[in-house]
Design a protein around this ligand. Structure first.
Ligand code: SF4
Length: 434
């Protein structure tokens, strides 16, 4: 790091802030965000160039002092209680052009499916009303339009709204959801992720725009166990695709694979890598899978993607309470619904209903600044399951095949009780239907 110190707010002969420490970050093999900021600063015909110049000046000053000089405040658009992250500079006298640098969080389309026309439109709007600086996408999943003045915040939002975009969540609310690219482009997908996402968000969008929860609650949707949106540890409500029947095997493709890679490679990279030893290779180069032992980790399917694919009886598992890091430490989502069919509109309605029940429980029972995983940790899983009217199920596992959190000192007895409860429930439903 350079030890060149600059005077607070020092500029060169062209009026650009001198930034020796930031310049260091442009060295090395990776793209640098500093280069991006400078590109915006040097866009001579753009109205935001002076703002970006002062932004760079303030950032250099922050690096020098090892302190951020932004403070929050209240900025919002009509009818909304969240979605804008206000930032006011504490050193505005030295960097007046960037004294207000607010961020608009805008909800992306489910699965981040854009076309270039709409992307150009979004860029044009932000060049007119903001700094030109956009992050696709922030941690929450939103498109982050960074750097608007207080006055332009409403104007930019109105334009985004006209082209069909809405603000996302910020604060103690239902947050913007994320789904993987999904069935539209991925053969591993086990349900319609986009439909599941939109179903929940559209129904409860009011809880996104007007924060009224004890703390944030996030929804993420992955189509399979590869979990491309990291739902298991980033979402309070994770929906992850899976299947109940057998993995589909094309033995001809297995043979092709072995012809290309060899038996040793296949054993080393597929058979031995199965976490539950469910895969075996026969002498005649066919593959066998003990599907009862398979935990749907996706490894063998990922490696032999022409030969293997998820079964036909598809659906999703729901895990509640994931987040890293919480006050109680990192938490993976807890398996609460081991399998839910998501084929019909009715199935999707059930999912939306369940999401509503979870949020109601959260709103009623969580303490201030407590995520639902912490609430469950505090009150205990049995109390949570009882509150949600969910029967304990041996398929609710902490760690595949080793720690079902249904008591297992006499597993057979517990399993029998479970099947009896299931039978009784089915009988009740039949009576109700009649
Ligand atoms: Fe084994 Fe995972 Fe393949 Fe199942 S999906 S058979 S657990 S490697």
């Amino acid at each position: 790091m350079s030890d060149n110190k600059v005077t607070f707010g020092e500029v060169d002969e062209n009026g650009k802030h001198v930034t020796p420490m930031l310049d260091e970050l442009e060295k090395g093999p990776w793209p640098s965000f500093v280069t991006g900021l400078k590109r915006l600063r040097d866009s001579k015909d753009k109205q935001y160039a002076p703002m970006m110049n002062d932004l760079l000046g303030q950032l250099e000053h922050s690096y020098e002092k090892k302190k951020g000089f932004w403070k929050g405040g209240v900025v919002s658009v009509y009818g909304y209680g969240g979605g804008i992250i206000p930032r006011f500079s504490e050193v505005a006298d030295k960097f007046p052009e960037s004294k207000e640098f607010h961020t608009l969080r805008v909800m992306p389309p489910a699965g981040n499916h854009y076309d270039t026309k709409i992307m150009r439109k979004l860029c044009d709007i932000w060049e007119e009303y903001g700094s030109g600086l956009i992050a696709f996408h922030g941690q929450t999943g939103n498109i982050m339009f960074q750097g608007a003045t207080t006055e332009n915040t409403q104007l930019a939002f109105d334009e985004f709204n006209k082209v069909g975009f809405d603000l996302g969540g910020a604060g103690a609310c239902m947050r913007t959801a994320m789904s993987c690219v999904g069935a539209a482009r991925c053969e591993m997908s086990n349900y319609d992720e986009q439909k599941a996402l939109r179903g929940i968000i559209n129904e409860y969008v009011d809880d996104m725009h007007r924060p009224s929860f004890p703390y944030k609650i996030k929804f993420k949707f992955s189509g399979c166990g590869n979990d491309c949106v990291n739902a298991i540890h980033r979402a309070d409500f994770a929906v992850i695709g899976t299947w109940r029947d057998d993995i589909k095997i094309k033995q001809e493709e297995v043979k092709e694979y072995i012809k290309e890679h060899g038996r040793k490679y296949t054993i080393d990279h597929v058979v031995s890598m199965c976490p539950t030893r469910a895969v075996s290779l026969n002498d005649d180069d066919t593959l066998e899978i003990d599907n009862k032992s398979c935990v749907r980790c996706m490894h063998c399917i990922n490696v032999m993607n022409k030969a293997l694919s998820p079964g036909d009886d598809k659906g999703a598992s729901i895990m509640i309470g994931g987040k890293r890091s919480l006050k109680v430490g990192d938490l993976m989502g807890t398996m609460v619904i081991p399998f839910m069919k998501l084929d019909t509109d009715e199935d999707h309605e059930k999912l939306v209903e369940f999401a509503g029940e979870i949020m109601e429980f959260f709103a009623d029972n969580a303490l201030e600044h407590e995520r639902i995983g912490e609430t469950i940790d505090r009150i205990g899983l049995p109390a949570f399951l009882e509150a949600m009217d969910i029967d304990p199920d041996p398929n609710m596992v902490n760690h595949p095949r080793t720690s079902s959190y249904v008591r297992t000192d006499d597993f057979t007895e517990e399993a029998e009780k479970y099947f009896e409860r299931k039978k009784a429930k089915a009988a009740e439903q039949t009576v109700a239907a009649e």
